[in-house]
Structure formats: structure tokens, C-alpha cells
Design a protein around this ligand. Structure first.
Ligand code: ZN
Length: 407
């Protein structure tokens, strides 16, 4: 077993949202074992001491919508997306290390065309011989009529016979590959095929078949859902995580509120910001970039007001929205949606542990919890933007192991 680690002179933001408090934190093995004003000498004699210099100790941060396989990080930008499979596997591994370098110690994947690479990365990261976050691995996005991965035309359900069997086979097949999450594009995506965000892609029977297969094989479902009807469909059938939620109407909001104890929403401000300001070309009107931004500005504060857990994760992985920029979502939660910095951090920690399905052991600084910790040089509650500078992340620990220790 590795030596214990003792953090001294830190302000602990414990993930619950309460104000930071001065404390010492002891890590033994891969767990936090004590959080106290002062830990007795006999408990700490063997420990490696990290003097935090008054910095802020956070639970490791969780991202709920990153694509490790899209090929772009802040260190490696690629618009290709057609690399050979072997190269893509390396890109997934690379993205894992970049996430960890930026304080993301857990990632709930947003989808991968090569789910086997993600399953392999999950194992390598968990075993610790390759740096990367705790990973919930995802399937590629199942689309209307279960088209092949990479084929996006978002034709909708009009004029197509419902085909629950193929949906069930898709979910089962993905589960057999070993993913944790199967993703369904319940609506289209206007940023990819103009005008399709408002199109519903699945029939009710198909979603019911997906839910039954997911339950049978022990995998979660994520819904990509912009259109109001697609959001309602996701909630009605018990889908656990909903991406975007852009055009939720009053009925959708009521359904979400009634399901608030079991549902998570990731509204993905990162990609919206990137599409508005960083895509490098004027968006076409049919991409609905401005309409999407306008809608989420209204819908997210309403979700929060109704007690729905909103989690960060801005669809990172594209060349204009690369992996490593993830914590910009927290600043956008504050600037766009009116979160306090503490609320944004709670969304990325406590709610993050919940979205990972590990709420009893992940997302809080508390004895017994897994030792995923980030020591910040400064106070992110005063200035949330400092988290985007990896130079300010003095220590990054995952599973009790130091990934980075500058102090
Ligand atoms: Zn995505």
C-alpha cells in the first residue's frame, strides 16, 4: 500500500455547497479517512505531508458529457474524425490524460463511435497504468432506424415503421461490448444537420424496448434530446440522463420536476459557446445556434428553480471545443445561468458523484469517500475561472494516487 497523504493548511470545499472551512485531510489507500481541524500526530506519522498554502481543496471534478474519441484536445486539434481505429484508440487514451491534467477525475462519456476503445480505456484508467479519469463508457449514438455509426441524416419517425426489435438489439449489442451507457438520439441535432433538433427520432415503442433491454442488461440510457417531445419521451420512459433539454416546454418542465430525484440534465453550454464564438465560420441559420443559446438561457434557471440536478459537461472533443476546456462549463453556469460558484462546484462534485452512480463514495470530501481531490492555488469560489488554468491546479489526486503534485 502506498504511503498515506496528509493535506494541511487547506480550505476544504466538501462538495455539499457549504462554505469552505479550514481542515486537514488524511488519505490512506484510495480513501479519505479523516477530515479534522488537526489530525493527531500518531495518525499522521507515516504520511507524506502536502502543505496546501491556504489553497482550496475540492473533490475531484466530474464531467457528464465529453467525447474522448472525437480526436481533439487542447494539446492536439484535429478536424479529421476519419483516423484509423488504432490511432483513435490512442486518441482516447490521450484524451483521458488531458482530462486528468485539467482536474477531471471522473467522466460520464457522451458517446463513442468505437465503444470498444472506451471500454479498454476504462479498464486501463481504473488499473492505474494509464492516466485517465474514472470512466463510464458509452456506446455510439443510436439514431432513427438504428442507422450505422457515423451516418447522420436524422430523418425522424414520419413515414417509418416503428422497429422496437432493432432498438432492443442495438442496446443489447452495446451492453455486450461492455459499455455502461447506451446513448439514444431521441431528437436530431441542428448543429450537424440543419433544422433537425426539433425532429423526434424514435417512437414510444422503440424507447420502451430500449429501456427494457437496458434494464435487462444493466446499462444506463442517455437521451440526446433538444425537442420538447423528445425530452418528454425520455422522462416518461425513465431515462436517467438527458443531454441538452433545449426546447423544454411547460409540460416537459413539469415532467422533469416530478422526476427530479432520478433524472440528470446536462445542458452543454460549452459547445453552445463554442458554436457561437469559436467554430471559425458563420453558423447557418438552420444550425439554430442562436436559438439554442437563447433557449438554454431560459430553460436552465427554470430547471434549477424546480430542483432538477443540472450537471456540467459541454460536449467536449471537437476541434473548436476540445477536451481540456471542460471547466469552462462552470464559468458558463455562473455567467449564463445564474449559479453561484458554490452551486456550480456542487454540480461538478456531489451531483457528479451521483451521475456516476457512486453517490455513497464519490463527489464529497468526507471520511470513507474515494480520494479524488484537486488542490487549487487560490479560491475558485471567488473566481471560478481560475479552474480553467491547469497551472492553478497544484495537486491532482485520483483514487489515492497523486497524478500531479506541484507543492
Ligand atoms: Zn455530445
Amino acid at each position: 500500500m502506498t504511503r498515506p497523504t496528509l493535506f494541511t493548511d487547506v480550505q476544504v470545499f466538501d462538495g455539499t455547497g457549504r462554505d469552505p472551512f479550514p481542515a486537514q485531510v488524511l488519505v490512506e489507500g484510495n480513501r479519505i479517512t479523516e477530515v479534522a481541524d488537526r489530525i493527531p500526530r500518531d495518525r499522521r506519522s507515516e504520511a507524506r505531508v502536502i502543505d496546501g498554502g491556504g489553497g482550496t481543496l475540492l473533490p475531484g471534478l466530474v464531467d457528464a458529457h465529453t467525447h474522448l474519441g472525437f480526436g481533439s484536445t487542447v494539446e492536439h486539434l484535429s478536424r479529421r474524425r476519419d483516423e484509423p481505429e488504432e490511432e483513435k484508440a490512442l486518441l482516447v487514451a490521450h484524451a483521458g490524460r488531458v482530462l486528468l491534467d485539467h482536474g477531471i477525475t471522473s467522466a460520464y462519456s457522451g458517446g463513442n463511435r468505437l465503444p470498444r476503445t472506451e471500454v479498454a480505456a476504462r479498464k486501463a484508467f481504473a488499473e492505474g497504468w494509464m492516466p485517465g479519469p474514472r470512466l463510464k463508457a458509452a456506446s455510439w449514438e443510436g439514431s432513427a432506424g438504428m442507422v450505422e455509426p457515423g451516418v447522420y441524416d436524422f430523418p425522424g419517425i414520419d413515414g417509418r415503421a416503428s422497429d422496437p426489435d432493432s432498438v432492443s438489439r442495438f442496446v443489447t449489442g452495446m451492453a455486450e461490448l461492455g459499455v455502461d451507457i447506451v446513448k439514444l438520439s431521441l431528437s436530431g441535432e441542428s448543429a450537424v444537420v440543419q433544422g433537425t433538433s426539433r425532429i423526434v427520432q424514435f417512437t414510444d415503442d422503440e424507447v420502451i424496448a430500449a429501456v427494457q433491454a437496458a434494464d435487462k442488461h444493466g446499462v444506463w440510457l442517455t437521451a440526446h434530446a433538444h425537442a420538447a417531445e423528445s425530452i418528454k419521451m425520455a422522462v416518461r420512459h425513465g431515462i436517467r440522463a438527458i443531454y441538452h433539454c433545449t426546447f423544454a416546454d411547460e409540460e416537459a418542465l413539469d415532467l422533469l420536476e416530478a422526476a427530479r430525484d432520478r433524472v440528470f440534465v446536462a445542458p452543454t453550454p460549452g459547445i453552445i459557446h463554442a458554436n457561437l464564438y469559436e467554430a471559425g465560420s458563420e453558423p447557418e441559420p438552420g444550425m439554430e445556434v442562436e436559438a439554442t443559446a437563447e433557449a438554454v438561457h431560459k430553460v436552465v434557471p427554470e430547471l434549477v428553480r424546480r430542483g432538477i440536478r443540472v450537471v456540467p459537461g459541454g460536449d467536449y472533443g471537437f476541434a473548436w471545443n476540445p477536451v481540456g476546456r471542460n471547466l469552462r462549463d462552470l464559468e458558463l453556469f455562473v455567467d449564463w445561468f445564474g449559479f453561484t460558484a458554490a452551486e456550480a462546484l456542487r454540480a461538478a462534485t456531489r451531483y457528479g458523484g451521483q451521475v456516476m452512480g457512486m453517490e455513497d463514495e464519490l463527489g464529497l470530501i468526507r471520511p470513507g469517500f474515494l480520494a479524488d481531490l484537486v488542490l487549487v492555488d487560490g479560491d475558485p469560489l471567488e473566481e471560478i475561472g481560475i479552474l480553467q488554468d491547469p497551472g492553478r491546479l497544484a495537486v491532482i489526486m485520483k483514487d489515492g494516487a497523486l497524478h500531479k503534485a506541484r507543492v
